[in-house]
Design a protein. Structure first.
Length: 159
């Protein structure tokens, strides 16, 4: 068994042409996050957790933010690429994600995110947890300047 922890945070973007994606789900009409890729903090944290569980570095090592190849990259594609980097025989036991955001409201879209993440990872939805909280008005997140996500994964290596 291997455990990985991932973390990502992005500020909100002033670019009206960007779209907000969280956990692979489009939040139409919401302010997007700034970033080199699509800035999906949920999938970025998940990628870091998967890489960390197997001592494979972090998302920035594999998809550097200064590399034009990853400009506006779909984080679902990045997640699939990370999965391909995992050693043969690795299975994902479960995923637990926490999103910290004052906006948008996450609860009504939680099941969509769980399904999207499960689909990306090739696991059943009952192995994916997505939770959300606010920062109670404290700090940059509490002032609604951006969104943060943490992810924990448990993987199992077949023997």
């Amino acid at each position: 068994m291997r455990i990985g922890l991932g973390y990502d945070v992005h500020a909100f973007s002033a670019d009206p042409d960007r779209e907000l994606r969280l956990g692979g789900v489009l939040f139409a009409g919401e302010t997007a996050l700034a970033g080199h890729s699509d800035a999906d903090v949920v999938l970025h944290a998940l990628c870091d957790a998967l890489l960390g569980a197997h001592a494979l570095g972090d998302i920035g090592d594999h998809f550097p933010p200064g590399d034009p190849a990853w400009f506006n990259a779909d984080s679902g594609d990045l997640t699939r690429r990370v999965l391909a980097m995992l050693p043969d025989g690795v299975g994902i036991v479960n995923v637990d994600v926490t999103i910290v955001a004052e906006r948008p409201r996450i609860a009504r879209r939680r099941d969509e995110m769980r399904q999207a993440i499960a689909g990306l990872l090739g696991i059943t939805v009952d192995r994916v947890s997505v939770k959300a909280t606010t920062n109670e008005g404290l700090g940059a997140l509490g002032r609604a300047e951006g969104i943060m996500a943490q992810a924990v994964v448990l993987t199992e290596v077949a023997t």
